[in-house]
Each structure stands twice: as C-alpha cells, then as structure tokens.
Design a protein around this ligand. Structure first.
Ligand code: SAM
Length: 228
C-alpha cells in the first residue's frame, strides 16, 4: 500500500519512518511512503505557499494553487489515490475509519496543513477531511503519521501475528482484556490464577468478560458499536 504526503516539512517524517514497525514495513516493501514537499510547488521566486486571509484576521492561510499542483503531481505518479485532508474540522478518526482507509488501493494521499489553516476551496480537491482528535496541533504532519501507522498495521504482513489485530482494543469496539507477563507476583499483586491454569477455554472466557467489564467501566460509549 502507498502513502503519499503533501507537506511543508518532509524532514519531520524521517525518524518515524526509519524505525520500528513502519521502518520494517517499508524495508520489507509492504508499504511505501512518498513525500511531496509543498515548497517545490510554491509560487514565484520565494516559492510562496501562504498568504494573508481575505477579510483580515491573524495568521496566514495556505493558498490553493501549490496544493493543487502537488496533488496533480502525486496523482500523475499514482492515479486513484484516496485524497485526505488532515484538519481538526474533519470526521474524527477511530478504528472503524482506520479499517476503511486500509481498504483503499493503491493507497492514500494525505495533505498536512500548517499556519492558520487551508483555503476553503481545497475542500473540493479531497475525498475526505479527517481529524485525529478534538485538539489543535501546529501542523498536519503528526496527524499524517498517526494515519499512516494506524493504517499500515492493518496491511497484510505488517504485523507478524494477525490474531493480535483481532484481539486488541477497539478491533470489535471493545477495549482489550488486561495483559500480564512475568513475574507472577509484583509488589503484592498476583497474576490471575486462570491465566496460569493452561485451560485455553477458561482463559478465553475470562478475557472476554474482562474486556467487556473494562469497556463498560472506561468507555461505555463503545458498547453500542460492538460488531456481531
Ligand atoms: N485554524 C485551524 C482551525 O481552527 O481549524 C487550525 C489550523 S492548525 C494550527 C494547522 C494544521 O494542523 C491544520 O491545517 C491541520 O492540517 C493540522 N491539524 C491540527 N490539528 C489537527 C487535528 N486535530 N487533526 C488533524 N489535523 C490537525
């Protein structure tokens, strides 16, 4: 799967894409990330990408022409990309949306904004506007990386054991059951006996109960979304 990103700060992607799960997935050829530096499409001698807002106000707004030119270049390179603008005004990302995004082929074209925002008319160039949560960041680069990592985890082969994807938090709109490893006792807290029993059916039932209990306590809003 391919991820294309239009950004003013391609250097912000270097370290996150070079190590861990994403680094391994790229080296294995399971995903690729193509960065399109917006400055290269800037206007005039100074490669301008922003301007003052019409009607006045503070801050600068990203102009539409450089973004349109970067999109054209990305789409000429890889037609059919699903175009996503990262904005705090978009639909809020959750695991269900991540699953939908993971189905697009050849992949995603992500637009990372900066400054006070993006000219409204850029909305006509995208298929979807996405927020990663109800807070405001300085730019869309971290949101783009959040989308890339969340989606890449679902690309076949990226996570060694696909069973772990099925069991983890939010995969069935439930939080994951509590996990334990060694030692058996830590500061007076013992690992639940059932996990030491070797009885897989009992372990499975216990985990399901715990997941339900935990979801009820911490995120009751999710229970209405449980998949049959
Ligand atoms: N003034 C804008 C508004 O109120 O909608 C916020 C602009 S923000 C400072 C600059 C850029 O950061 C946005 O264009 C967007 O790409 C990105 N951004 C900030 N918070 C985000 C969020 N929660 N989700 C996705 N992108 C975000």
């Amino acid at each position: 799967m391919e991820f294309h990103v239009v950004t003013l700060f391609p250097e912000l992607f270097e370290s996150p894409l070079s190590c861990g799960l994403l680094g391994r997935a790229i080296r294995a050829g399971l995903i690729s990330v193509v960065l399109h530096p917006l400055r290269s499409y800037g206007l005039g001698r100074y490669r301008q990408v922003d301007d003052a807002p019409y009607g006045g106000g503070h801050g600068m707004v990203m102009r539409p022409e450089p973004i349109a030119a970067a999109f054209d270049a990305a789409l000429a390179q890889r037609p059919g990309l699903w175009r996503v603008m990262l904005t705090p005004q978009g639909e809020v990302l959750d695991q269900l949306k991540v699953e939908q995004l993971a189905r697009y082929r050849p992949g995603l074209l992500l637009l990372a904004g900066r400054y006070e925002g993006i000219d409204e008319r850029v909305g006509t160039l995208v298929d979807q506007e996405l927020s990663i949560g109800d807070y405001v960041l300085a730019g869309g680069e971290l949101p783009a990386l959040v989308v890339i990592e969340a989606v890449a985890r679902l690309v076949p082969g990226v996570i060694g054991n696909p069973q772990s994807l099925r069991e983890e938090s939010l995969s069935g709109a439930m939080l994951e059951y509590p996990q334990y490893t060694r030692p058996r006792e830590f500061r007076g807290q013992r690992v639940p006996e059932v996990l030491l029993s070797g009885d897989h059916e009992k372990v499975r039932a216990w985990r399901h109960d715990q997941a339900l209990k935990r979801t009820r306590q911490r995120r009751p809003d999710l229970l209405g979304k449980i998949k049959p």
